[in-house]
Design a protein around this ligand. Structure first.
Ligand SMILES: [Zn+2]
Length: 64
């Protein structure tokens, strides 16, 4: 059963600087707004440089 989470984390691509916002999702990539990072498919890759999720780092909210 899915839990409603406070999804407002931002993940940062170490390779190119692309950011993924859980709040915004990536509708163009088929990922709806509000999708938590752990719910992004493991076979999803950075749309800008092609690295996998392992190369993304959680940004501290104080960095935003
Ligand atoms: Zn990237």
């Amino acid at each position: 059963m899915g839990q409603v989470k406070n999804s407002n984390k931002v993940w940062h691509c170490d390779a190119c600087g692309f950011t993924y916002s859980e709040k915004l999702g990536l509708p163009d990539e088929g990922i709806p707004a509000g999708t938590a990072w752990e719910d992004v498919p493991e076979d999803w890759y950075c749309p800008d440089c092609g690295v996998g999720k392992d190369d993304f780092t959680l940004m501290d909210e104080s960095d935003l």
